[in-house]
Each structure stands twice: as structure tokens, then as C-alpha cells.
Design a protein around this ligand. Structure first.
Ligand SMILES: CC(C)(COP(=O)(O)OP(=O)(O)OC[C@H]1O[C@@H](n2cnc3c(N)ncnc32)[C@H](O)[C@@H]1OP(=O)(O)O)[C@@H](O)C(=O)NCCC(=O)NCCS
Length: 327
């Protein structure tokens, strides 16, 4: 199954739902600009059945001032076109509306909540909005971020210590570990008009697909068999990407562990998306994707170790974020 392609389709449908929701508002006759700002964590609990048709459905479940949440669900259908067993993939996409003249925030239409289920979903997302906004403020205030606590510092130091033989005496290091830097894979391309939405910006779903494909290839090269997709963590699209932009993707395996559920090896792969502006001699990170893959035939994979402080901080942060998951 081309999971990357499905991620792209999910974003495209969420975009259509957002466009429909905002079809009644315009500025000087121009439609408002809509863009994906976040995608909630997507966990594939069970793979979809490729012998059956699939249906993707989307619904606006929450609106704020200029942002709205769209719940997307993917179902398999039986021969009569009825859904079989619940949705096998569910996620929520947050879109923002911007004024086409000023590119500032612009209000979106409200929702009339009719059923108890709609009210419950709305309240849940309202809470999510409040916590996200608090987290955003904290992150912005926390520019000088170092180690979040003593525990993280201890784990980071331990990993760096374990990596020393691989750096200083590779011939003597055990063959069961490898440095993060040795797992890197990269890709670069120019964004074309085919990948733009009706507002002339590049689809978030397109970047998600490209990042997935590189992450999947990284895990494949690392474990030696075609990996099984397990999860893509919460995605934030911080800055818009335009037609003609040069995109650089860089992926690396951050760490490996064993799945608590299947006992098979898991590989946590990070993909950093950078927009380069060669004429201006500048570049910026547009977003960072975190994927988890499983080695489907079990066995073992190498342990991955950070060699620098930057790598150790990233690895430990990721380990701590994943600690609550029962993958
Ligand atoms: C989305 C974007 C415009 C937000 O910019 P910003 O200056 O932080 O926006 P504002 O402070 O005006 O907030 C606007 C809304 O976005 C929401 N928002 C912004 N960042 C968010 C985040 N990380 N998570 C959830 N919501 C977010 C705010 O809560 C606010 O919602 P509200 O009006 O309902 O209260 C900017 O990050 C951007 O352009 N990102 C790229 C979007 C894109 O092009 N996506 C396609 C992928 S290439």
C-alpha cells in the first residue's frame, strides 16, 4: 500500500472540506486562502484491505476564529458499498484561513452543533485548541531550550558515552550499534505547479508524501526488509512553501526499540524539510516529520547512537515523547 499517497489524498480531501466550509466568505471577490497548519498523529492500527474499495470521509468538527478542525476517516467497503468494521485510519487536520489581500488571519463560519456526538467532538477539540495554544506560547518563549530535566540529561549522557567506541575506535566497537549520522539519506527537488493548491501554495499532503517516501526508504536500507508503516506523529506546517521553491529533505534513524505490542523491532525516523533560497543565500526549516516503522519479519536491528549533543538532545526528546505510546 502506498501510505504516502494516502496521506496526500487525506490532506486533499481535508482541503476540499475546508474550502466548502468557507465558500461563503470572500474579500473583494477573492476566495480566502486556506492552508494545512497541523495534522494529528496518525497510527495505523491495522492495514487497510487492498482487495476492497476504500472510502475517505471528512467533516468539520470544530472551528475557532480563523482555524478549523477536519476529522478524516478511511473505511473499507463491502461489495454493496457499506463500511466494513470501523475506520482503519483516522486523523484530524487543522486548517487556517487567511485574508487573500493581507495574508492575515480571517474569521471562518461557525458551526451549528445538532447531536450529542457533535457536541462531544467539538468540546474535545476546544480543549485541544487551548492546550496547543499554551504549548505554542511556551515553545516560543523557550528559545534557549537545553535539556528539559535531569532524567533526559542522564539518558543523553549515557547514549553519548556508549557512542564513544564507534567514534574513537570503530574497529573495536561492537557490530550491534551504528551512529545516527550513518543512517542519513537525503533528497532534493523543485516544487512544481502540479503540486499547488488553488491558492498557489504547495499542498501539505505533497510534502507529507515526499517525507514518507524518504523515511520509508531510510528504514528499508536500515533494516534490510520493506518496513511496515506504524505511525506518523503530529505534524506542524510552520511556513508556506511556494511553486519554484527548492526543497531539501534529510532523514535519519533516531533510535530503535522493540514494539510492546508485536515484540518486533521499531525504527523511529525523522525527516527534516528545508526550503533553500540559493539566490538569497538563505534557507529555513519548514517542518520536521517523525515516522515509526516496524521490521515486519521480526528479528533484530542495530541500536542507533547519537554522536553529538544536538543529536543526543533530539533523540532523547523523541524517546520521551514516545514514552506514553503503546506501540
Ligand atoms: C498557519 C500559519 C499562517 C500560522 O501563522 P501564525 O502567525 O502563527 O498565525 P496566527 O497567530 O495568526 O494564528 C492563526 C490561527 O492559526 C492557529 N495556529 C497557528 N499555529 C498553530 C499550530 N501550531 N497548531 C494549531 N493551530 C495553530 C491559531 O490557533 C489561530 O487560530 P484561531 O484564529 O482560530 O485562534 C503559518 O504558520 C503558516 O503559514 N504555515 C504554513 C501553512 C502552509 O502553507 N501549509 C501547507 C504546507 S506547505
Amino acid at each position: 500500500m502506498r501510505v504516502g499517497r494516502i496521506l496526500e489524498d487525506l490532506d486533499a480531501l481535508a482541503g476540499n472540506v475546508a474550502t466548502l466550509h468557507c465558500s461563503g466568505i470572500s474579500v473583494d471577490g477573492l476566495p480566502v486562502l486556506l492552508a494545512t497548519v497541523t495534522v494529528d498523529k496518525i497510527t495505523m492500527s491495522r492495514p487497510g484491505d487492498l482487495t476492497k474499495d476504500m472510502k475517505i470521509s471528512g467533516q468539520v468538527i470544530w472551528v475557532g476564529k480563523s482555524s478549523m478542525d477536519i476529522l478524516i476517516s478511511v473505511f473499507s467497503l463491502d461489495a454493496q458499498g457499506a463500511p466494513v468494521g470501523g475506520a482503519w485510519l483516522v486523523s484530524t487536520f487543522t486548517f487556517v484561513a487567511r485574508n487573500p489581500r493581507t495574508e492575515g488571519a480571517i474569521g471562518v463560519p461557525g458551526l451549528i452543533l445538532e447531536t450529542e456526538e457533535e457536541k462531544a467532538l467539538f468540546n474535545e477539540r476546544q480543549k485541544n485548541y487551548e492546550t496547543t495554544n499554551q504549548r505554542r506560547k511556551k515553545t516560543l518563549a523557550n528559545v534557549g531550550y537545553d535539556w528539559p530535566d535531569e532524567r533526559s540529561l542522564a539518558i543523553g549522557n549515557q547514549l553519548l558515552q556508549e557512542a564513544r567506541p564507534l567514534i574513537d575506535m570503530p574497529a573495536l566497537a561492537n557490530g550491534e550499534s551504528i551512529l545516527v549520522s550513518s543512517t542519513k539519506l537525503s533528497n532534493a527537488f523543485i516544487c512544481h505547479r502540479q503540486q499547488r493548491n488553488i491558492y498557489g501554495r504547495i499542498f501539505g499532503g505533497f510534502l507529507m508524501r515526499k517525507a514518507f517516501e524518504l523515511a520509508s526508504a531510510t528504514a528499508y536500507l536500515f533494516c534490510g526488509v520493506n518496513p511496515r508503516f506504524r505511525e506518523i506523529d503530529h505534524v506542524v506546517f510552520r511556513k508556506p512553501v511556494n511553486v519554484g521553491d527548492l526543497i531539501k529533505l534529510e532523514s535519519r534513524v533516531l533510535y530503535t526499540c522493540q514494539s510492546l505490542r508485536t515484540l518486533k523491532p521499531l525504527m523511529h525516523v525523522e525527516v527534516v524539510v528545508e526550503v533553500a533560497k540559493p539566490e538569497e543565500r538563505s534557507s529555513f526549516v519548514s517542518n520536521t516529520f517523525q515516522f515509526t516503522f516496524e521490521k515486519p519479519d521480526g528479528g533484530t536491528v542495530k541500536r542507533v547512537l547519537p554522536a553529538t549533543l544536538e543529536e543526543a538532545r533530539t533523540v532523547v526528546k523523541r524517546m520521551e515523547e514516545n514514552r506514553v505510546d503503546d506501540l
